[in-house]
Every structure is written in structure tokens, then in C-alpha cells.
Design a protein around this ligand. Sequence first.
Ligand code: SAH
Length: 397
Amino acid sequence: MNHSPAADDVETGSSAVGPPRGLSPSRYDPDRAELGRLVAEVGETAGTALPAYRVDQLWQGLYRDLIGPEDVSTLPKALRGPLANLLPPALTEATRSVGDGGDTIKWLWRLADGSLIETVLMHYKDRSTVCVSTQAGCAMACGFCATGQMGFDRHLSTGEIVEQVVRAQVEAGDRRVSNVVFMGMGEPLANYDRTWAAVRRLHGDLGLSARHLTISTVGVVPGIRRMATEGLPVNLAVSLHAADDGLRDELVPLNRRYPLAELADACQAHVTATGRRLSFEWALIHNVNDRLEDAARLADYARPLGAHVNLIPLNPTPGWPTRGSPPSRVREFADEVNARGGNATIRRTRGTEIDAACGQLRAERANADSVNADRSVPVAAPGRRGNPTPGGNGSSR
Ligand code: SAH
């Protein structure tokens, strides 16, 4: 952990909008009204009042054509330079890995302050999905998660979140990125306002359907309750992993603050308000949460909420001693949940050979890259490439 903001801030949600302190805005940070003010300022500096359609041209460049101010040919050349300087891109590609025969692309991006985050683009037959990060690092401290093992660096700005989708769409070319899952690094509901502003931007400005957006959370109850009041029916995925408080307290430490009964109430409020089907994520950890009694508890927890359960064998990470469940156990577990009236499917995994699981690419980079030697990333040398163990996480649907 590089620094430790107040616990309330990192756990239950920052109420701040705008870029985190000390960070200047990047091109996808300002909303349309703020873009208007910026264009007007540039005009004043140049000594001319600019017509309102200049804002529309800039907006169309950013959100329709997915290009920066420097490339918006409808803008006068004298405006493009100053606007590009005011609105730099947020993301610089540090590395990119390609897997699944070109169908999975994972980026490690360097941000303006040197923080590293990951984005994964996954092409399927019928759709393309991008998995975005909402924080650099994470404060939730789930021991089995590579990002949780790193600790928290900082919240991402709205522009840093939105630009991940834009860059993935540019890469995807003719294939439309129709789905966005907030399952990359970080806890989206601990960075609520910036994440929700990104959701609004994706929906309102990039034209993504709300039902194709999914926010995944460890169970930040106040955030789930706020989502239920927003009037935009995005999907909610909860990383459950245990359906009894004793085990969940260990696997997902935030459970000590928001135990299962409170979580279920908040989930019910979301389902009632949005009409969207809830999903639970369950990473199967061998002999920890993959026993038949775990399946029975899960079914009892999920059934009244009408939740769909996504099962994934735990993807091994360097800082966690346990292993994912073998395929036969995964099958038995799924059968048991379903026999008890739950609704479980085994998730197809993606990107295993390129370490596309949460935080893995950055963990590897932190170990390999002497530039980052001063970063306190508490992860042991992974040596994970070519690991044949099946696994995956949020980047696998
Ligand atoms: N903080 C949010 C979103 C990021 S994690 C959340 O927890 O939901 C996205 C998903 O990957 C979560 O379901 C998380 O539990 C899961 N995950 C993290 N590490 C994993 C691992 N080693 N194996 C399998 N799934 C993992």
C-alpha cells in the first residue's frame, strides 16, 4: 500500500467527483457542459468568442469518432493544439498481451502519475465485452485476489474509466463493444461517484445499453442501495464466495462490516428497483468453499433472490496458498446447487495463458520491472506463464 486514505473513503465509497487530488483532467474527464467551458476558455485565450458548434464537434470527435482533439478535422487547426494540450489521453500502453487466438486482449496501462491498471477485451461470437478497472489497486484485501494482495493506490477518475472502453472499442474496430463489466482492478462501489459518472457516460454518450453494463462488488451495501435508486437498470454482480458469515469474514473481509443478511436485503432492493437478475460470483477454492454443504448454503442464499450463480475454479495467485477445485468437483458442486433449486453455471474462462485474471499482469510487471522497484507491491515472484491450471475471474465471461 502506498498510502492509506481514511477507511470510510476506501471502504464505503468516495463521494468525490472529478479526478482524484493532484491529477489534472484527461480527455474523457469533462462532461459535455465542462467541455463547453474549456472550449470557451481556449477561445478567450485566443481572443475570439467561439461558436457553440465547436463544442459539438469536439464532443463528436471524442464520443462518436473516438479520436482526440488533435485529430478532429472539423475544428480549426489553431484550436486543436491547445485543446489537445488541455485534454491529454489518460492511458499509455505499458504492455499488451493477446490470447485465445486473438479473441482476448489484455492491456497494462500506465496512468499520468505512473500508476498501473489493467483492461481486458474479449470477443465472443455474438458480442464483445470489455472488463474495466475502477481503482489502481484495491483496499478490500480479499486474500485470494492478486489485486487485493497489492493494496490500494488510488481511485481512478471518470475519464480513466471511460477511456478504457474507448481504447478497447478503437482496438475492436468494426466489432462493436456492446458489454462492459466493472470487474477489473478495484472495488467499483468504493469509488462510487466516479464509477457512476462513467456508467452514465457509457450509457448516455457512448450509447451502451444499461442492461449490457455490469457492476461487480464484494458487497458494499450502501453502494448497492444507491445503485437501486439511480433509475438506470445496470446489472449487479456480487462476489459472494461463501454463504456463511464465518467463512465469508475470512475470504472477503468486508463481510465483517456488511454481513450476509444485510447484503441479501440490499440485493433484494436492487432486484426490486431495477428488475434485473442478480448474479453471484463464486470462485471455487478446493476444500475451502467447494464442499457439498457449501453448495447447499449457496443455493439457500441465492434461491429467494432469484440470483444466477457463476462458478469459476479459483485462479491461483502468488500470494495465496490454496488451489482451484478440480473439474470433477466443480461439476458436482454445480449439480448440487442446481438440485437444490439454485441456478448455477460454470463459467467459461478466458485469457488464462496471458494472465488475464485480476491484477496478474500488473503483479508480474511489478516483479519484472526495476522502474517499479520502489513500489511496495507485496507479491512474490509469480513465474506463472504457461501454468496449466484452469482458472479465470471477471475477465472470463
Ligand atoms: N472488487 C470487485 C470487482 C473486481 S474482482 C469484486 O470483487 O467483485 C472481479 C471478480 O474476480 C470478483 O468476483 C473476484 O472475486 C474475482 N477474483 C479475484 N481473484 C480471483 C481469483 N484468484 N480466482 C478467481 N476469481 C477471482
